[in-house]
Design a protein around this ligand. Structure first.
Ligand SMILES: Nc1ncnc2c1ncn2[C@@H]1O[C@H](COP(=O)(O)OP(=O)(O)O)[C@@H](O)[C@H]1O
Ligand SMILES: [Mg+2]
Length: 286
């Protein structure tokens, strides 16, 4: 249905890179619960910052349309691990990775991968809402514009759809030309989510997306995450155990660069296999 919409109204991007080339490299964001193939696969991943061995032998298989929570004490490597999937760590001097990381079965470090294409498929939301000092509308339209989309109606429809998906539309529909910085923190974060999903990624990475927000905004973001998984595969770093338990299907517990335990969220929180996990989730350290 989304696909139809795109073709009907998308003359503006017709012939543009977005559809054709991208889909051959990274298949489109089609919910595919039946698929036997994992959405994300990391095998024997090690990372270093210079001499510092920050992640050790991380193996994870992540299914389509699931929410995976990454938990663990501060400094254990959660953000580093998250940034692997859109290759954000590549920007850090001295960063090095060994091992295999595939999205939709495609090695994201293969030589023919274009990072811009990868980042269109793998969106990211940060801890602090970081809207651009532009209008609400332009924040959401941004990803389309930088990708060369000019079709006015297509952009308008996409902005509206994204704001609806991010549960923000009702609050902003009458002031789309207002500066995004005039929104509350919670609204700004939902705007950033709308901005991330406007270009139809298939994976959304969230690094503590609600830790800077008040409890009500935080609850809204959680509700939203739960809804978004119908369309996206979501990885979320969180310090909040209750949040991890509420929003995720799977939980991965990291401790000093190692993946200690990775299982169904329910198992991790009710019947973990490792003592370290038990100690962490019961608040004995961290
Ligand atoms: N750009 C960087 N250069 C060097 N060390 C870094 C860099 N970013 C993070 N680190 C170190 O890597 C470790 C893991 O960091 P991070 O992935 O941010 O952990 P977490 O998100 O679990 O708090 C920490 O010891 C941190 O100090
Ligand atoms: Mg972090």
């Amino acid at each position: 249905m989304e696909e139809n919409k795109k073709t009907e109204s998308g003359q503006g991007i017709h012939g543009h890179e977005k559809s054709g080339e991208l889909s051959s490299e990274f298949p489109a964001s089609i919910p595919n619960k039946e698929s036997k193939m994992d959405k994300i696969n990391s095998k024997g991943v090690h990372c270093w910052y210079g001499d510092f061995h920050v992640l050790r032998d991380i193996n994870m298989e992540i299914k389509h349309n699931t929410v995976t929570a990454l938990i663990g004490p501060s400094g254990c490597g959660k953000s580093t691990y998250l940034r692997i999937f859109n290759r954000m760590n590549d920007l850090i001097e001295g960063f090095r990775l060994e091992g295999e990381v595939a999205i939709d079965g495609k090695d994201i470090f293969a030589r023919d991968v274009r990072i811009n294409e990868l980042r269109k498929k793998v969106g990211m939301v940060f801890q602090k809402p970081n809207p651009f000092p532009k209008s609400i509308f332009e924040n959401v339209a941004y990803g389309l514009r930088v990708n060369g989309v000019t079709h006015k109606k297509f952009i308008e429809e996409t902005v509206e759809r994204s704001l609806k998906q991010a549960a923000l539309w009702e609050e902003v529909k009458d002031k789309l030309d207002k500066n995004a910085l005039s929104l509350s923190g919670g609204q700004q974060q939902r705007l950033c989510i709308a901005r991330a999903i406007a270009i139809e990624p298939s994976v959304v990475l969230m690094d503590e997306p609600s830790s800077a927000l008040d409890p009500i905004s935080s609850a809204k973001i959680e509700e939203l995450i739960w809804e978004l998984k119908a369309k996206y595969t979501i990885l979320i770093v969180t310090h909040n155990m209750q949040q991890a338990a509420r929003v995720s299907d799977k939980t991965a517990f990291f401790y000093i660069g190692e993946l200690v335990e990775y299982d169904d969220t329910k198992t991790i929180f009710t019947n973990p296999k490792k003592e370290k996990t038990q100690n962490y989730i019961t608040g004995r350290f961290g």
